[in-house]
Design a protein around this ligand. Structure first.
Ligand SMILES: [Zn+2]
Length: 556
């Protein structure tokens, strides 16, 4: 009897009309937002305090534990996944910078530079997407490739890699902040007159930045951040004291660099995004347009001051408010737009504050993991001369230089791995030789359950990844001491660096929350399905996330 009554009630319930007016058809504008270093931890800490754009995003479809599932949790690998649907290893982006041969000799190669251009150096480079694989196609590239496509693609970021890696190869305009140019710029060789027509605010924004560089002003800390003031000593530096260090005033170059560590960087980025929308009627054309925005200030502020101080509070308050204005501007255009917001990687606070905040096991990696130390170990064993190993941080990838003979590299890596495991037993989490990772299949399934080796495999690129990979202990920062601009960082294979929120919002969309892991590579197939873009099976690593809360589906 009770079952029969339940069945009758269930039948009645399922016959009831759906109340929410769910959006139908393709949105006219897809906005993809990346907040650099916006970890799931930061999102959960701030979620209840947002009142602006981030509150709106948190009221849509929320995946609080998305994954940048790979080990190389840095800006380039992370951004390479967001609009492409493929993992960094497949995209060709092993890390931000790897070591190899360039026009000016053996050295560091940046993910979005053309190192073959004569006269270019690692510090003075030409921005290029040449390192991206053939499998790497952004949402914008794919939409523009459709026959008869009218899609426009615009992108803007505080970093060149943030803009170019979300925009793709066919974007109409890609702008980024460049401290060398002391303002926002675009590709060398691009038609500058077209830029100023397409982004009319560019001249005014750059004039404002030039003025700031000439006479820097740090805005006061928002009142709600005063309570967070609590000075922390990091080596010789003090952070968290509420006095955001003004920019270095020794050279205009340093002032142009330090502009990036201000809340103003994201405000300028969104000014340009609004100009792109207004001047080009994005979202009001015949097809669906794409606007990719990567907001970099959270990352610079996280590196400079850590994630838990008044400085990050100021950034969260400022970003939330400005994003609210940005969405209000889109609302005024009276168009149907969808927003996907995520991050390129997470982050971890300075160990010095962790120990004051009830987490004393956070630490800094030992200097004995520096490349010259490992280089000496190899030299002693094999008798080779000169620098044998290069790296960029303690732990992570280590590259053999050309002084290690090509036919002895596998042998040297296997020996060094065994030696490191012996010498650093209990002091590092794992050591992998290149061959250990190369033989693994590309990982699939729940990224929270992947082994460390699988995480390394997801950002492994045979000719760009290191010969040795050292996974630091959980909670260990990969630098020995805090320096100005760099007291905390990310880049580890641990979840505080891998977990990022993935948030979708569209007017009329019924909200729901899914706490189980999804991945940033799921964003492209999800958006593709919304706009009716076909995706060939196997061409992406992610899956479509069904954004309909009820029995209908947005995955076609
Ligand atoms: Zn960073």
């Amino acid at each position: 009897m009770r079952i029969a009554r339940w069945l009758a009630a269930a039948a009645l319930f399922s016959a009831m009309p759906v109340q929410a007016q769910a959006p139908t058809g393709a949105p006219k504008l897809v906005v993809v937002l990346s907040v650099d270093q916006f970890s799931s931890d930061l999102f959960s800490e701030w979620r209840g305090k947002y009142t602006g754009g981030l509150k709106r995003m948190a009221s849509g479809v929320v995946f609080p534990g998305g994954y940048q599932s790979h080990a190389a949790t840095e800006t380039c690998p992370g951004h390479s996944t967001i609009t492409s649907g493929i993992r960094p290893g497949r995209a060709g982006i092993a890390v931000n910078d790897w070591f190899g041969m360039r026009a000016d000799g053996y050295g560091e190669i940046y993910c979005v530079e053309d190192e073959d251009i004569p006269g270019s150096t690692h510090d003075n480079y030409t921005v290029s997407l040449k390192h991206l694989s053939a499998d790497w196609q952004t949402l914008g590239d794919r939409m523009k490739s459709l026959p008869g496509s009218t899609t426009r693609v615009f992108a803007v970021s505080g970093k060149d890699r943030g803009a170019t890696l979300m925009a793709g190869r066919k974007a109409d305009q890609t702008l980024w902040y460049d401290w060398r140019a002391k303002g926002f710029t675009t590709y060398i060789g691009a038609d500058r007159s077209r830029v100023s027509t397409a982004v009319p605010a560019l001249a005014a924004v750059n004039a404002r930045i030039a003025q700031w560089i000439a006479r820097p002003v740090i805005p006061p800390l928002p009142p709600q951040c005063q309570a967070r003031i609590s000075p922390i000593q990091v080596g010789k530096l003090t952070v968290g004291d509420g006095a955001e260090d003004g920019p270095r005033t020794d050279t205009p170059e340093n002032m142009a660099k330090d502009y990036r560590t201000t809340r103003a960087l994201d405000l300028a980025t969104l000014d340009l995004a609004e100009s792109m929308v207004a001047a080009n009627g994005l979202g009001r054309g015949a097809g669906t347009d794409v606007l990719a925005i990567s907001l970099s200030a959270t990352d610079y502020i996280g590196h400079s001051y850590g994630t838990e101080g008044p400085e990050m509070c100021g950034q969260m308050v400022s970003l939330d408010a400005r994003l609210g204005q940005f969405f209000a501007m889109l609302d005024r255009q009276k168009m149907d737009y969808v927003v996907a917001l995520t991050a390129d990687h997470g982050g971890f606070d300075a160990p010095e504050r962790h120990s004051e905040h009830a987490y004393p096991s956070a630490s800094r990696a030992p200097l004995s993991l520096a490349a010259p130390v490992l280089s000496q170990m190899l030299a002693k064993q094999f008798g080779w001369q000169g620098a044998l190993i290069e790296n960029r941080a303690l732990g992570g990838d280590y590259w053999f230089t050309p002084n290690v003979p090509g036919n002895r590299r596998a042998e040297a890596a296997a020996w060094l791995k065994a030696e490191l495991e012996r010498q650093f037993a209990g002091k590092v989490a794992a050591v992998f030789a290149k061959a250990d990772i190369a033989e693994l299949p590309a990982p699939t399934g729940n990224p929270a359950l992947w082994s460390l080796a699988q995480r390394v495999r997801a950002s492994f690129v045979p000719d760009r990844s290191g010969d040795i990979y050292i996974a630091l202990l959980n909670g260990q920062q990969p630098m020995p001491a805090g320096i100005r601009g760099y007291v905390a960082t990310h880049g580890s294979p641990w979840d505080y660096d891998r977990r990022v929120p993935i948030l979708f919002w569209r007017k009329g969309m019924a909200p729901f929350e899914q706490p189980q892991p999804v991945e940033t590579v799921d964003i492209l197939p999800t958006l593709a399905s919304l706009v009716g873009l076909p995706i060939e099976a196997g061409s992406v690593d992610g899956r479509c996330l069904d954004l309909a809360a009820g029995p209908s589906t947005t995955c076609r």
